[in-house]
Design a protein around this ligand. Structure first.
Ligand code: UT7
Length: 341
């Protein structure tokens, strides 16, 4: 037995920092090709009017062949690094939230980090679907506060068109492609509030890959596994439950809706955003992200893309207090209050 153990002293040293965390920069990449409702309606026997009424979506963006998960991630990350005024070599960890990197292993994060010029950071992917970016920000903040990384790059990226069935009426008009990124680093004051997060595996089947890989491999005829969603059930869950989660995140950050400048919910459906804003009784002064109208639902990319759009439209400013809330397959959710960079 070592002398330390014999005396009851700790046998290993722990990391402590005493620092807080903040988002230092935001970046976005929107695929070039704009796809109006008129382009998707025929295959699903729908109409522009129905899609706009039920979801608020007018157009979305679909990635072209060169706009890969890696390419879009690198572009969004470069913008976030520039906004944060951080060099890629200062990044200690890269966390990529995605469900559409179509290789079981390795994760895409190390390839992205290398292309960016990061110097051997920790780099890994996380799978929390539409809630992925908010999970990544939570991990990043805890890494900075806990001392395992000083600067963390969080990326939310999807190329959902690769796993969409263009004839599926429940998904083909909703989901789309894109990437968003944030740099999280140290702060002298708290600027990322406590997370409220969780999951409900009872509802595991509501949004899922239709056929798992064993079914695909066992099938005598080739099949492509597609994304499927029981939209109405997800709609009810999101509309009734997520407002409560948002209010809990405000409460845990020690603020009320009156202290809020911006509300950035996952861009699932304009009606869900409106229902949440009503249930939370957000004052008219709160600027609400409504990126879904032009961008569709980009899953893990939707919150950072929506936040970037608020900046582009002059509706978000440095120092603003924003509530981020993301939810989706799992079912999984995460919400936190942040001070904007
Ligand atoms: O990102 C992860 C989280 N995802 C979400 O939060 C998505 C949540 N769900 C939704 O956004 C909505 O459920 C949708 C937009 C997907 C669908 O809207 P809905 O109002 O829930 O439609 P519904 O599935 O309840 O269908 C209503 C009607 C049905 O017809 P009847 O039975 O009332 O005659 C459907 O057959 O609309 C019909 N319908 C369609 N009509 C035209 C269903 N899909 C379509 C379609 N085009 N694409």
């Amino acid at each position: 037995m070592s002398q330390a153990a014999a005396t009851g002293a700790p046998r290993v040293l722990a990391t402590t920092t005493g620092t807080h965390a903040r988002i230092l920069g935001i970046g976005a990449y929107r695929p070039r090709r704009l796809v109006p409702n008129s382009e998707v309606v025929d295959a699903i026997d729908s109409s522009d009017e129905w899609i706009q009424q039920r979801s608020g979506i007018r157009t979305r963006r679909f990635a072209e062949p060169d706009e890969s998960v890696q390419m879009m991630s690198v572009a969004a990350a470069r913008e976030a690094l520039a906004h944060a005024r951080i060099d890629a070599r200062q990044i200690d960890a890269v966390v990529v939230a995605t469900v559409s990197h179509l290789m079981q292993t390795p994760a895409i994060a190390p390839a992205i980090a290398t292309e960016l010029g990061c110097e051997e950071p920790a780099a890994f992917d996380i799978s929390a679907a539409c809630a992925g970016f908010s999970h990544g920000v939570t991990l990043a903040a805890d890494m900075v506060r806990g001392g395992s990384a000083r600067h963390v790059l969080v990326i939310g990226v999807e190329r959902l068109t690769d796993i969409l069935d263009a004839t599926d009426r429940g998904t083909a008009f909703i989901f789309a492609d894109g990437a968003g990124a944030a740099v999280v680093g140290p702060s002298e004051v708290p600027a990322i509030g406590p997370v409220v997060w969780g999951s409900d595996g009872e509802q595991f089947d509501l949004i899922r890959q239709r056929e798992d890989w064993r079914d695909v491999m066992a099938s005598p005829t080739p099949i492509t596994p597609h994304l499927t969603m029981q939209g109405a059930a997800v709609f009810r869950w999101a509309s009734f439950t997520m407002a409560k989660i948002g209010l809990q995140a405000l409460d845990r950050a020690g603020i009320t809706v009156d202290d809020l400048d911006c509300f950035v919910p996952h861009q699932a459906n304009m009606r869900i955003t409106d229902a949440m804003a009503r249930a939370m009784k957000l004052p008219d002064s709160v600027r609400i992200a409504r990126d879904v109208a032009d961008q569709g639902n980009t899953s893990a990319a939707s919150v950072p893309l929506a936040l970037a759009r608020l900046y582009e439209d002059g509706d978000a400013r440095s120092g603003d207090v924003a509530l981020l809330i993301a939810f989706g397959a799992g079912l999984a959710y995460a919400a936190q209050v942040v001070v904007l960079p």
